[in-house]
Design a protein around this ligand. Structure first.
Ligand SMILES: C[S@@+](CC[C@H](N)C(=O)[O-])C[C@H]1O[C@@H](n2cnc3c(N)ncnc32)[C@H](O)[C@@H]1O
Length: 241
């Protein structure tokens, strides 16, 4: 039997993020001993795990609705000796009730709440006054062409300045801003495609091969002929007022 395709196998994070930038983002959170970090839409929770490893007396909770991601994250929690401090829950974030966090993380998961403003509002209700939000969200690096608009839609994203203004208007102050650079994007997209290309090389006669090849071709076209250099991902560290 052929090995099943795992399209996320080659990714460290499910977002365009290097080790160095992850370290900087965690530093921007100013985590204190005893504080509680909640990652909504955590994926396999790599950033959350690194955050609690950085501050050994912090505790972490991650929530995601993807079974594969939570299973992978839980294995890492065990392997890295974090089971007494980190819990990962398989659940829909919108129905998850958690007491207000000291630090919340929402990276690449705004669609779960219905958009950026809705995410900022939902996170504000889930962070204690004076706490911190790490928001990872999209913006246009430059005016989008038709392919970018086809993939990401007309209305959901603005400029980086507009994203920051929206956060201010929703009751936050900006502590730090950084954006995924071209190397981070290219590494992320290459790994996404390479997981499928390697599976195709190993399983050329699989009944799903044509479908997987079409998906990766379409994705590569969307990236290289569309949103590369147009669609950006911003990481905002925000103080919750
Ligand atoms: C682009 S991934 C980012 C994952 C992670 N934050 C990271 O940066 O590696 C978005 C994640 O949001 C999760 N997600 C989307 N809608 C969700 C929902 N309603 N409830 C829980 N998780 C959700 C997906 O399963 C996915 O893991």
């Amino acid at each position: 039997m052929n090995a099943p395709l795992n399209g996320h196998a080659l990714l460290d994070f499910n977002s365009p993020l290097s080790d160095a930038k992850a370290y900087d983002l965690i530093g921007s959170l100013h985590l204190r001993p005893g504080e509680r970090v909640v990652d909504y839409g955590c994926g396999w929770a790599e950033l959350l795990l690194r955050a609690v490893e950085h501050e050994p007396n912090a505790r972490g909770l991650g929530v995601d609705s993807d079974d594969y991601a939570i299973t992978r994250g839980r294995a890492n929690v065990e392997a890295r000796g974090l089971a007494s401090r980190v819990t990962l829950e398989l659940a829909d974030v919108t129905s998850w009730e958690a007491k207000p966090a000291d630090v919340a993380i929402s990276i690449g998961a705004s669609h779960a709440w219905g958009g950026t403003k809705e995410t900022l509002d939902a996170m504000r209700a889930r962070i204690r006054p004076g706490g911190t939000l790490l928001l990872g969200d999209g913006f246009w690096e430059r005016a989008p062409g038709p392919k970018s608009l086809e993939i990401f839609g007309e209305e959901d994203f603005g400029t980086l300045a507009e994203l920051v203004d929206l956060a201010m208007a929703c009751g936050y102050r900006l502590l730090s801003v950084t954006t995924a650079n071209q190397d981070e994007w290219d590494s992320f997209e290459s790994r996404w495609c390479a997981a499928r290309e390697r599976w195709l090389l190993a399983n050329p006669d699989d009944p799903k091969a044509d479908e997987v090849r079409a998906i990766v071709d379409d994705h590569r076209d969307g990236w290289l002929k569309g949103y590369r250099g147009e669609f950006g991902l911003a990481y905002l560290t925000l103080a919750r007022l």
